[in-house]
Ligand binder design. Sequence first.
Ligand SMILES: Cc1ncc(COP(=O)(O)O)c(C=O)c1O
Length: 458
Amino acid sequence: MAADILAGVRMDRQDAFARREADDYAKARPKAAKALSKGAGSFLNGVPMHWMADWPMPHLPLVKRAEGSVIEDIDGHKLDDFCLGDTGSMFGHSPEPVAKAIRRQARRGLTYMLPTEDALEAGRLLTERFGNFRWQIATTATDANRFVLRVARAITGRPKVLVFNGCYHGTVDDTFVSLANGVTVPSPGLMGQVNDLTATAVACEFNDLAGVEAALAKGDVAAILTEPVMTNSCMVLPDAGFHDGLRQLSLKYGTLLIMDETHTISSGLGGYTAVHSLRPDIFVVGKCVAGGMPTAVWGLSPAMAERYAAADAAREPGRTGMGTTLSGNPMQFACLVANLSKVMTPENYAHMEAGAERLSHGLKKVIDHHRAPWHVCRVGARVEFICAPGPLKNGSEAAMAHQPVLEAALHTGLINRGSLIAPFHNMMLVSPVTTKHQIDRLLHSFDAILTDLFAKAS
Ligand SMILES: Cc1ncc(COP(=O)(O)O)c(C=O)c1O
């Protein structure tokens, strides 16, 4: 009887590979296993953050330290880090200018509810890097997205947000809708959600301008919230003309256009918006914008800032529903200044781009060599291999392309060979301090793994 095959890989081979890699991983990390068995019980489900339980290995490693593009665990393993905190450390762990700014600010206080001179410099640098927006500071990109949706609704007086099927913009309740047979439904798996999310959100497929137009034509959509490239399912690039079309439609129907650049900041200096001359009404970026210090920023175009001021002046006195106490603290400003001026530089982006191209080219070569029905996708420093043919057009295709069991085995296999990639999709980031040697080591390991997975039956 013919063996079952998924993504070109025989299931019996995949299972044998997964078992062997899991065993090797566990054998190599006795200290972490022991420490976790003693100490993890204080946490809900044994982890301080619930998604940590989703890493694919038999148990978590415990990190001793991370520096540059290397992460070291308590069992003495040094891993080339291509996950980089899923973009939080895209510029490397503790970039020296940021670490220095933290040391300096630590002597001057951590939070005061008042701005510093650094705050003014951060505002200037944000405009220099990302364009002419009027800025606000948040602590997470989730918060920034929540706040800009409030702003968009306040400005337009409309209730709905349009998001793309398969998107992720943080844990923003309003965005957790999906498409099922062309109908917007609450995304599956939400914990404790009791509101009808479809009353305030509509889902469309990425790259489907006709679908977007049909949704906008109803006149109740305050904003389109999108990433320039879909990065949170298997990566989906925009078709030529898609972003132009979105801008035109948003203008035609009086809907605001929000670009969430939290991941696509990998594209180059100023993010995808600057690199591809997009013109959003609202710009959001978080994660690595302050070099790893929890910080996000959101900015309104001057025209939207005017409309915001008018809405603000017209509202009743009371709380706006936006902001958090620790946001806009002096540590964030110090890190923003250091990161924007000394780390987020053209030279560093050039290094990231060249490294990512080397990685992407190498992965394609390995995939071709093994005749795997897979493909590679890249947006600047962000590279992904996808265990299905491509390119993918939208979130539905991306969901079909995802191979969770195979990918989990592959990730563990890469860790056993010294490379850490992002856990939830096959994503790798190249930082300004990632070396060619690290890239080539990952490629060598990827080749070794595919040799095993695609070996002919004997
Ligand atoms: C595009 C995008 N926006 C926003 C967020 C939320 O970021 P955070 O978890 O830091 O709030 C994420 C997280 O992955 C993201 O991918």
